[in-house]
Design a protein. Structure first.
Length: 281
């Protein structure tokens, strides 16, 4: 089986490359040349340095399965780069309609989204479901750039661990479970409109995770800060069919995307009017 894995240099993408390269032909796609190079030195993959937003790249590809792990994933970064988040997390999916089965990797932050990351991942889900399947994951323990790594480094240096929100909770799974869930989905029938959900992923209070990190890496103090713009105390995992959020997406779009709106007004309008939850606006 020929499998294209995008975001191949990231935590999840590289784990999938290691999993599938044993028995399948793996095309590993990422814009991070260095990490992709290191991955290719250790595993029998075909590395391609490419931006998934490049439509011409997808026109030249053939595969049995495409697993799209590529994303802009950091909430704060997406808040200040909303159009790029829209390009990577949503618009790029329009190019992935090919002679393969598609599995889009999504996030719990796409459920009732309140930030640019969640909103663009939600739009990406809707595009992908037109001709592929979606699996909605949660946070992965010790993934690149996660709070656990940042806090562990702070603990080792004896610096305070800063938690945003005293009651903040997050769902987490291990990298091994994430790979297992994706492999299970790929092994089933991927078809347009199908969404795979995790069954009861553990939900942790972030204070408890911080305490565990201090036990392992060194005692320090915990400080609390307000939630960042676009953050929730607890993420939802799913929503019912026909849900109607009280969140005003179009007001959010006007504010968050105003600075870059003129860059490609037609593309932006078409995406929003076709895929935004409030289609009657």
């Amino acid at each position: 089986m020929r499998i294209i894995i995008t975001g191949a240099a990231g935590t999840l993408g590289s784990a999938l490359c290691r999993h599938y390269c044993k028995d399948h032909e793996v095309i590993a796609v990422d814009i991070n040349e260095t990490e992709l190079h290191y991955l290719s030195l250790d595993y029998p993959i075909s590395p391609i340095v490419e931006d998934i937003c490049n439509a011409q790249f997808w026109e030249s590809q053939h595969a049995d399965v495409v697993i799209n792990c590529a994303a802009m994933k950091h909430v704060s970064t997406c808040e200040v780069n909303p159009f790029r988040a829209l390009e990577v997390n949503a618009h790029a999916l329009l190019h992935m309609d090919g002679d393969w089965k598609l599995l889009q990797i999504s996030t719990d932050k796409a459920v009732y989204p309140v930030n640019a990351y969640g909103f663009t991942k939600y739009i990406g889900e809707q595009i992908a479901l037109d001709y592929g399947s979606v699996i909605r994951l949660v946070n992965i323990h010790y993934s690149n750039g996660c709070a656990e790594l940042i806090w562990a480094e702070a603990a080792r240096k004896g610096e305070p661990i800063v938690i945003r929100g005293e009651n903040t909770r997050r769902h987490y799974i291990t990298e091994r479970r994430a790979v297992r869930e994706i492999a299970s989905a790929v092994g089933q029938n991927l078809y347009p409109g199908r969404t795979f959900h995790l069954q009861d992923p553990p939900c942790y209070k972030m204070t408890d995770i911080a305490q565990k990190i201090m036990d392992e890496h060194g005692q320090t103090t915990i400080e609390y800060a307000p939630l960042m713009p676009g953050e929730k105390e607890v993420e939802d995992l799913s929503y019912p069919d026909g849900w109607e959020s009280g969140f005003d997406y179009w007001a959010y779009i006007d504010e968050a995307f105003d600075a870059v709106y003129d860059r490609d007004r037609d593309l932006f309008d078409n995406l929003m009017r076709k895929y935004a939850p409030r289609k009657d606006v």
